[in-house]
Design a protein around this ligand. Structure first.
Ligand code: AVJ
Length: 321
């Protein structure tokens, strides 16, 4: 169990089931080599993702922010009065700020994040900007069960899960996650979740293969991490970035494709690549309003309302348990 800042609610969570090396070796032992997308996000990777969100081709972040700005009052009105609002994977809190200004009667805001130092800094910033808001940071991995602080009283519960992070999970895992959010929040809760929409394949593929090569650098960063943290010998230039929309599965897939046959070592263990062989590094599932509602329903959540931008690029759903 990691130490927790004294202003973050300590939660009891088992340690990470597997470490980076185990995940990498296991992923490379598959017929289709694969790496978990969560390893993109070290400091350099988080900076690269920030840069992605500002790319002209990467529409999701700015479109979701535009929906939150345009529909903030309506989204706020869909939440129960005096709610305790839990944000799953709160990060920089940029998005929730767009809602908080419309929620003067919130009982508490509970950002949940694994990065304790970041959580600490973000909570301090929020307290400065929203002096009457009770901010109760929770240091936890939202993908695994955790409990809320006991002293929230009978405030109704609301949840916030923006960014289409849900799209990074296999549909069955996404349903499991939504069900777990329900278990954390309880019956009667309202969940607001941002979901990227299916659209023209060229638009989708450009968003994940930008002209400036930022997404390519983000993708290759996972190899940089393997080299630095696991004694890997990857030649970054020997792997091409590829992003394709898989129509059947309704997802963008990111791959790193070996330009030629090569042998690489990871922690002293050999890993062989054939020419053209890929490492599947990320899935980003895209939903229609209907297909996401079906997924949510399978996890016990009923549709309340949905908001989209004028071009129907992105959706923000309110769901009730
Ligand atoms: C952070 C998972 C929402 O899938 O669009 C962006 C990650 N990967 N470009 C996404 C990502 C490549 C992003 N999410």
């Amino acid at each position: 169990i990691k130490p927790v800042f004294d202003n973050a609610t300590p939660v009891t969570q088992a340690p990470e089931p597997q470490g980076f090396l185990d995940d990498v070796l296991q992923g490379f032992a598959q017929a289709q080599k694969t790496l978990p997308a969560k390893y993109f996000y070290d400091d350099a990777g988080s900076d690269l993702f920030e840069a992605i969100t500002r790319l002209p081709e990467y529409y999701p972040t700015r479109t979701e922010l535009a929906i939150l700005d345009a529909q903030g009052p309506a989204i706020a009105a869909a939440l129960p009065q005096g709610a305790a609002l839990v944000e799953f994977g709160s990060g920089s809190t940029v998005k929730v700020r767009r809602l908080l200004r419309h929620l003067p009667d919130l009982a508490a805001y509970l950002p949940v994040d694994v990065s304790e130092s970041f959580l600490h800094a973000q909570a301090a910033g929020l307290r400065a900007d929203f002096p009457v808001l009770r901010v109760e940071p929770v240091a936890a991995d939202f993908t695994r069960p955790f409990s809320l602080p006991a002293d929230l009283g009978d405030a109704p519960r609301a949840g916030f899960f923006p960014g289409s992070t849900i799209g990074n999970f296999e549909p069955a895992e996404a349903a499991r996650l939504l069900r777990q959010f329900g278990a954390v929040l309880g019956a009667g809760a309202v969940l607001v979740v941002g979901v990227d929409l299916v659209k023209d394949h060229a638009v989708l593929e450009a968003a994940y293969d930008d002209a400036a090569g930022v997404t390519a650098a983000f993708n290759r960063n996972v190899l940089t991490r393997i080299n630095r943290e696991l004694g890997g010998t990857f030649d970054l230039d020997a792997f091409a970035h590829r992003a394709v929309f898989n129509d059947q599965a309704s997802r963008i897939e990111m791959h790193l494709v070996a330009r030629a046959a090569q042998d690489v070592a990871v922690a002293g263990r050999p890993v062989a690549f054939a020419a053209g062989e890929s490492i599947h590094t990320e899935n980003s599932y895209k939903y229609t309003v209907e297909s996401f509602r079906a997924l949510a329903a399978s996890a016990g959540w009923a549709p309340v309302q949905v908001w989209t931008d004028p071009q129907a690029l992105f959706s923000v759903h309110a769901l009730r348990l």
